[in-house]
Ligand binder design. Sequence first.
Ligand code: NA7
Length: 292
Amino acid sequence: MRVAFLGLGIMGRSMAANLAKAGHEVAVWNRSAGNDVEGARTAATPADAARGAEVVWMCVSDTKAVESLLFGENGVESSLAPGMIIADSSTISPSATERFAARVKTHGVDYVDAPMTGSKIAAAGGSLIFMVGGDESVLARLKPLFDAMGKQVFHMGATGKGQATKLVMNLQIALIFEGFAEALTLATKLGVELERLLPLVQASMVRSGVVEYKAPFIMKRDFSPNFPLRLMLKDIRLALAAAKESRVRLPGLEAVEEVYDVAAEEGQSDLDYAATLTLLEKWAGVEVKSAA
Ligand code: NA7
């Protein structure tokens, strides 16, 4: 298929490369220059990339970035033609997604929100999991592209429901990790060794994929970014905004946002979100570490 891929960050770059590798005709564009993808044409603007494309796929930081790609200067809108599909793998606001979809619909263009779960390793290996909002028939047309980038697609409902799902997934990750980090901090203060606690956690109903994934990094005190704290904070804020719009209270997530706010103020934005543990440690005057 002829695909325009916009946004070549940690995730987008590998996704675009996998589309090109699978034999699709790919044009890429990134805000900062110098980010070429092997086998793809580098376009000068989003409008240039989108011209003549069947599908425009986006993967950029936030709601504002998506809006500017679509409707800003040299944006995709000027290249839209009936029958095209826009797919967005950025994590952004569900209500803004619905607005963007309504606006491109006036050009006869379908819009699918397709945020994903999986690390940069899954993006590189083409094994992402997508949670998607949009019409079933439009999803079916995108199947060859999903197949090139991911291993599973969950259809969550109409356009916007993919983003809504992503926010409730990351809400859970943030709260589960916060529970784990607070438990480790208190355990250390009370003198329980990490090596004794972790096997018990994972043998019991407390076990979780979040703990399984993060514990080895914590044992090594490796807070290099797998999922940067700034992006988790963005998603926490998106979830709180969606909650406010729909008159839902999320007191746990509000408290966690404060922890992330302080972590960001202390310069941890580009570290992994697991670095929030170090704040709890500082407040408790302990360091969680392996006894070995
Ligand atoms: P990265 O690696 O931080 O990449 C972000 C990308 O978004 C990168 O290509 C940026 O371009 C681009 N960006 C950011 N702001 C803009 C604006 N205003 N206009 C155009 N392009 C922009 O993030 P990931 O790849 O890890 O994640 C991407 C999304 O998936 C994000 O929503 C996550 O939450 C999930 P740059 O190179 O800085 O010029």
